[in-house]
Design a protein around this ligand. Structure first.
Ligand code: NAP
Length: 503
C-alpha cells in the first residue's frame, strides 16, 4: 500500500495558516524512539511563521524506544545515539509523556480533540513469523523477544530459559549476530554494560557451549554489516567456527564482491577466519584451553541452510532440520533436496522484526506497517487521512540503520508542513488539558524530569555496585537498568511530584 511516486515538498519557510496565527500548532508524536525524536527535532527546527507545541508520548516510562530496548547492551557506540536524542529532549521545547499507551490511555478521538496533527512513530518490536513445523515447541523463541529480555524491557518476564547447551539462531542479519553474541559471551564480560541484574544472573547460569547461526544464502548475501561481523571475534574465550563447504559464490556473488565494498569486506573477513581456523587445526591448537580457565564456547557460522522443521521430544526442542541450499546465479538460493539435522535444545528465529497494528488506524498485515504515502497516513481506500502521519519503521518497515530514520522523518515532516491549511484544527488546544485528562483517567504518566531522575537513579545503582571481578580485572558498572515498570514509574513520579511536568 505504501507508494513512492511523489516528490516530498521542501520543509522551509512555511507561512502561518489562519488557525495557527493566535495559538501554536499542536502536534502529538506517538513513540519516543529515534523516529519520534528525530521527527520532533526536524519539525521544531523547520523555518516557519508560527508557534509550535509538540507532545511526545511513549508507552514506556522511559524514552529512546529501540535504543533502550533493541540495541544490544555491548554496543556502546550505538547506545551513544541516546546522547543526541537527550539533547533534543532536554532543550525544554518538547514535552515528554511516558507510560502512556496509545489505544489504551489515549484514543484517536482524544488526540484529535487536543492536537492538530498526530505522527505515529511506534516502530516494530515483534518478531516476524516463521511458518515451519515445530516452531511452537518449548525452547523455540523469537530473537526480538530475547533482545527485549536482555535489554530489560518492562513487559517481558524477568527470567529467560537458558538451559540449552547447543543453540540455533536463524537469520543472517544484525539481530541474529546480536542474539548469537549475547548468548555465547561469558556473562561477566557484559558487566561493563548496563545489563539489568536479572539478565546478568540468567546469562551467568547458562550452560551453553555451542551457538550455531544459520543463513539461508551464501557469505556474499549476508544482511549483517562489517563492524558487527568483526565484533564476533572480540568475544573472549569464544571461538568462531566456519565450514569450507558453505563458501559458495555464484556470478551474482562475484559481482557483489567486486562492486560493493561492504560485501567485499565481509567476505574477506570470513575467508581470513577460515584460513586462520585451518592453520590452527593444522597446528593442533583448535580447542586449546582458555588463558582465563573459563570453558571455551563456540560460535558457528553456517551458510546455505534453509530451516524446514524444528524437531522436538516431549514438546521441547531437541533439534532442527535444514535443507541445504545452492546459489542460483542471481544471489538467490534454491533447495538441493539434501536434509541435515543439528541437535539443539533452543532455537531463536532472528529473521526480521514486524510492526504491530495500531488501534483505529489502517494496518497492512503483509508488511506490518501503517499504509501511507511518504508518511501521510492512508485509509482503507488509499485516501489520505487528514492530520495523521507516520514515520520510522511503522512507516517503511523494519529495515535500515537508526540514521536512516532521520531522512524518513524529514519526508514526513515536509508533508505535514505542506498540509498545514488542510489540518483538522483541534477543538481543545489548551496545553494543560492533556495532563489533566491523563490525571483524570488515572494514568501514571512520567515526564522528562521523571526520566532525568530515573537516569540518575540507574547510574547511581551502577556506582553503588561493588566492582565485579572478571578475567580482565575488576569492572565498575556505569549503570544498572531498572526493569520493573512500577519501579520505573515510582522513581520517575517522585520527580513528577516535586518538579511537576515541564510545559
Ligand atoms: P534483516 O537485516 O532484514 O535480516 C533478516 C535475515 O533473516 C536475513 O538474513 C534473511 O535472509 C533472513 N530470513 C528472512 N526470512 C527467513 C526465513 N524464512 N528463513 C531463514 N532466514 C530468513 O533483519 P534484522 O536482523 O532483524 O535487522 C533489522 C534492521 O535493524 C537491519 O537494518 C539491521 O541492520 C538493523 N540492526 C542493526 C544493528 C547493529 O548493530 N548495527 C543491530 C540490530 C539491528 P535473506 O537475506 O535471504 O532474506
Amino acid at each position: 500500500m505504501t507508494e513512492k511516486n511523489t516528490q516530498a515538498p521542501a520543509a522551509t519557510s512555511v507561512p502561518a495558516p489562519a488557525a495557527f496565527a493566535s495559538r501554536p500548532l499542536r502536534v502529538a508524536i506517538i513513540g519516543a524512539g529515534p523516529a519520534g525524536v528525530y521527527a520532533a527535532d526536524i519539525l521544531t527546527k523547520a523555518e516557519r511563521g508560527f508557534e509550535l507545541a509538540i507532545d511526545l508520548f511513549d508507552r514506556y516510562p522511559a524514552p529512546y524506544g529501540l535504543i533502550r530496548y533493541g540495541v544490544a547492551p555491548d554496543h556502546p557506540r550505538i547506545k551513544g545515539i541516546v546522547k543526541a536524542l537527550h539533547k533534543v529532549l532536554d532543550r525544554g521545547d518538547i514535552r515528554f509523556f511516558g507510560n502512556v499507551d496509545y489505544g489504551t490511555d489515549l484514543g484517536i478521538a482524544e488526540l484529535r480533540e487536543h492536537y492538530d496533527a498526530v505522527i505515529f512513530a511506534t516502530g516494530a518490536i515483534n518478531d516476524a513469523d516463521l511458518n515451519i513445523p515445530g516452531i511452537e515447541l518449548e525452547g523455540s523463541h523469537g530473537g526480538a523477544d530475547f533482545v527485549s529480555w536482555y535489554d530489560g524491557h518492562p513487559d517481558v518476564p524477568r527470567s529467560w530459559p537458558l538451559e540449552a547447551t547447543q543453540v540455533a539462531v536463524l537469520g543472517n542479519g544484525n539481530v541474529a549476530l546480536d542474539v548469537a553474541r549475547v548468548l555465547s559471551k561469558h556473562a561477566e564480560d557484559l558487566l561493563v554494560t548496563e545489563i539489568p541484574q536479572n539478565v546478568y544472573r540468567g546469562l551467568a547460569a547458562s550452560p551453553v557451549t555451542d551457538v550455531h547461526v544459520f543463513g539461508r544464502r551464501g557469505p556474499a548475501q549476508v544482511k549483517f554489516t562489517p563492524l558487527e561481523l568483526r565484533e564476533l571475534s572480540h568475544s573472549r574465550d569464544v571461538d568462531i567456527v566456519l565450514y569450507p563447504e558453505d563458501f559458495e559464490f555464484d556470478a551474482a556473488s562475484d559481482a557483489a564482491i567486486k562492486t560493493n565494498n561492504q560485501v567485499k569486506t565481509m567476505v574477506g573477513t570470513l575467508a581470513n577466519w577460515l584460513i586462520e581456523q585451518e592453520e590452527r587445526e593444522e597446528r593442533g591448537q583448535a580447542g586449546a584451553a582458555t588463558a582465563s580457565g573459563r570453558p571455551r564456547r563456540r560460535l558457528h557460522l553456517h551458510f546455505l541452510h534453509s530451516p524446514v522443521e524444528v524437531t522436538g521430544t516431549d514438546g521441547k526442542v531437541s533439534g532442527i532440520r535444514f535443507e541445504r541450499q545452492e546459489l542460483d546465479g542471481t544471489g538467490n538460493a534454491r533447495g538441493t533436496g539434501e536434509l541435515v539435522d543439528y541437535p539443539v535444545q533452543a532455537v531463536y528465529r532472528a529473521i526480521g522484526y514486524f510492526g504491530s497494528a495500531l488501534p483505529e488506524i489502517e494496518y497492512d498485515g503483509r508488511t506490518g506497517t501503517v499504509p501511507n504515502l511518504e508518511g501521510k497516513v492512508l485509509d482503507a481506500a488509499g485516501t489520505q487521512v487528514p492530520g495523521l502521519y507516520a514515520t520510522g519503521w511503522i512507516k517503511r518497515g523494519p529495515v535500515g540503520l537508526i540514521g536512516h530514520t532521520k531522512s524518513d522523518a524529514a519526508e514526513t515532516i515536509a508533508h505535514l508542513l505542506a498540509d498545514l491549511n488542510q489540518l483538522p484544527v483541534a477543538a481543545n488546544p489548551a496545553p494543560e488539558a492533556v495532563p489533566a485528562l491523563l490525571e483524570a483517567k488515572g494514568v501514571a504518566y512520567t515526564s522528562w524530569d521523571g526520566w532525568l531522575e530515573l537516569d540518575a537513579h540507574e547510574q547511581g545503582l551502577g556506582a553503588a555496585a561493588a566492582p565485579a571481578p572478571t578475567p580482565a580485572g575488576p569492572v565498575v558498572r556505569e549503570r544498572i537498568k531498572v526493569v520493573d515498570r512500577e519501579e520505573m514509574v515510582a522513581v520517575s513520579r517522585t520527580a513528577e511530584q516535586t518538579a511537576g511536568a515541564r510545559t
